[in-house]
Design a protein around this ligand. Structure first.
Ligand code: SF4
Ligand code: SF4
Length: 286
């Protein structure tokens, strides 16, 4: 079974929940799909045991020795990435149109490294993650690679827990597709509700079973009730409410999952949510 923890935007407590789930099922395979700002490894710590460069794009290169400065390449480039017979790297999308029209075969398309994929061995099991190069394109492809890497470590149909990418872009689609269940972490604010609605429609589109939990529910109980009512109307099961807990900040500072703190009320709520997932899917969870 693949369980993705997701939210409409960053900073809703998604990683706090995922890191705790990782500790509650150490046999599971963990995947950090937030390739732009991976941070699950900071909480889970551990040792990197594998890494490789990820070729996620192509870039045109002009051989100045061959170029006869005819200008055909610039006129076909739809991305305005060629000026004065030179490639503007930040604009090139690697579409190869320029290469096709060049009369003297002066253009080549070179591989572009867009990130690094990493396997980290943590106290809570294997974590697959990546670090994308700042400004690089194609985070969706990198997420797909990170998920593929994780599956190499799945020996006995172990649960896969994914820390999903926030938002609704193509990296999010890459983190949701093929998952069985998505736990959506919602913030009790108007924008939290709007983000939730957007992410829910995406989850529906991919045929993934949605579940919800409300983080810091007590900072706005009226909005919490509104979100719960919306979930009821949309037949989305709310597995729990996580209270605001100053101990979460202490856990973040001390780089530990919140469930490691016995007196944490947020940790207790997350454990209860985990128990419900466990009970609900006990057949599928190894
Ligand atoms: S590969 Fe495509 S985007 Fe890049 S310079 Fe050539 S035509 Fe433009
Ligand atoms: S099409 Fe080829 S020869 Fe013409 S300007 Fe571009 S690189 Fe140079």
């Amino acid at each position: 079974m693949q369980l993705v923890v997701i939210s409409g935007k960053g900073g809703t407590g998604k990683t706090t929940v995922t890191a705790s789930f990782a500790y509650l099922n150490k046999e599971s395979i963990k995947v950090d799909c937030d390739v732009d700002a991976s941070n699950l490894n900071i909480v889970l710590q551990g040792e990197d045991i594998e890494s490789s460069q990820f070729i996620g794009a192509k870039m045109a290169k002009i051989n100045k020795g061959k170029c006869i400065k005819c200008g055909r390449c610039a006129s076909v480039c739809r991305f305005d990435a060629i000026k004065d017979n030179q490639i503007i790297e930040l604009k090139c999308e690697g579409c190869a149109a320029c290469k096709v029209v060049c009369p003297v075969d002066a253009i080549s398309l070179d591989d572009e490294v867009t990130g690094e994929t990493i396997i980290t061995k943590t106290d809570a099991g294997i974590l697959s993650r990546a670090e994308m190069i700042v400004g690089a394109e194609g985070s969706g492809k990198l997420v797909t690679e990170v998920r593929k890497n994780a599956m190499k470590y799945q020996k006995d149909n172990e649960l896969v827990i994914l820390d999903g990418t926030p938002g609704i872009g193509c990296a999010v689609m890459a983190s949701i597709t093929g998952c069985d269940v998505a736990l959506i972490v919602i913030e009790p604010t108007q924008s939290g509700l709007n983000d939730f609605k957007r992410v829910l429609s995406l989850i529906d589109h991919f045929g993934v079973t949605p579940l919800a939990c409300i983080n810091k529910y007590d900072i706005n109980e009226e909005m919490t009730l509104e979100i719960e009512k919306y979930c009821e109307d949309e037949s989305v099961e709310v597995l729990g409410r996580i209270p605001f807990d100053p101990m979460v900040q202490i856990a973040v500072n001390e780089l530990k999952p919140i469930i490691c703190y016995e007196k944490s009320i947020a940790g207790e709520a997350i454990k209860n949510i985990w128990e419900k997932i466990n009970k609900k899917y006990k057949e599928e969870i190894v």
